[in-house]
Ligand binder design. Structure first.
Ligand SMILES: [Zn+2]
Length: 273
């Protein structure tokens, strides 16, 4: 599933290529991936201009003028591609937005359909019924606020994955940040002292920023809107590296189930507190 760095990469590419363009037509191939506004999407978006594309947590927001917003959640296998309108239509393409100006179109494709598209009035409220409440973004988060949100009796892995506590982090970057900080994923969050919590937040920000620089991690489905892959998977220290040597200490990376998720960790670098 795309996490903050992958979605940020997609958003930057979309903002650079479709902001300022005007929609000429919308083709919906599967109605059940569209939620929110009851009016047909084609009627709502036709002749609207895109003002910007931005990100909140793992969601992509496309803002139009007059004010209306399209929110796209990529789920497990969702992709947004910018292609020429005469590119053949791949299976599982659910939505196509064609632009008058530039002879390009945006396509939403999602084989497993855990993702979707929400059309909402632009009133600053993104927490629609199917989208759930969202915690703060990790990149601008202050150490004191991060320490406050750790004051719960929960496994640190479960807490960092909980989008209503802190938004945008998923399995990959959670495992990488915990490894970089030497924290076992099953550690109870309120046992971390301020110093260690500060170190964890610094590592979360550093790893997310580095992953954005490398255009995200491509392990299976994630691609950039031009079809190319991310490169950060080559930098992973633990994620998806079971039975391989830890890049810090050489011990063998293990895979545990923590918080109901596969968790990769180094038994030597990461201690339970
Ligand atoms: Zn290690």
């Amino acid at each position: 599933m795309p996490e903050l760095p992958e979605v940020e990469t997609i958003v930057r590419a979309l903002d650079a290529s479709i902001s300022g363009l005007t929609v000429s037509s919308v083709v919906v191939h599967r109605k059940d991936v569209i939620h929110g506004h009851p009016a047909p999407l084609s009627r709502c978006l036709r002749r609207q201009s895109i003002t910007r594309v931005y990100r909140r947590a793992k969601r992509i927001l496309i803002a139009f003028d007059p004010p209306i917003e399209l929110i796209i959640h990529l789920g497990m296998t969702g992709r947004l591609d910018i292609v020429s309108p005469n590119t053949s239509i791949e299976k599982h393409t659910h939505l196509r937005i064609v632009f008058a100006d530039d002879n390009i179109e945006l396509r939403f494709r999602d084989p497993r359909r855990f993702g979707g598209v929400w059309l909402l009035p632009a009133n600053g409220q993104y927490n629609g019924p199917r989208l759930g409440p969202l915690g703060p973004e990790p990149l601008p988060l202050k150490p004191a606020d991060f320490y406050d949100l750790l004051q719960r009796n929960r496994q640190i892995k479960a807490l960092l994955l909980d989008q209503s506590a802190i938004a945008g982090i998923g399995n990959i970057y959670c495992d990488e940040a915990l490894h970089a900080t030497g924290i076992h994923p099953a550690t109870i969050s309120n046992t971390l002292d301020k110093k260690l919590a500060g170190k964890l937040l610094r590592n979360i920000k550093r790893i997310l920023n580095k992953a954005i620089e490398f255009r995200g991690s491509t392990l299976s489905d994630y691609r950039r809107p031009d079809g190319s892959s991310g490169q950060y998977q080559q930098q992973h220290k633990v994620y998806n590296r079971e039975d391989k040597p830890c890049r810090i200490c050489g011990a063998t990376i293990q895979r545990w189930q923590v918080a109901g998720r596969s968790s990769y960790l180094c038994p030597a670098c990461q201690t339970m507190r």
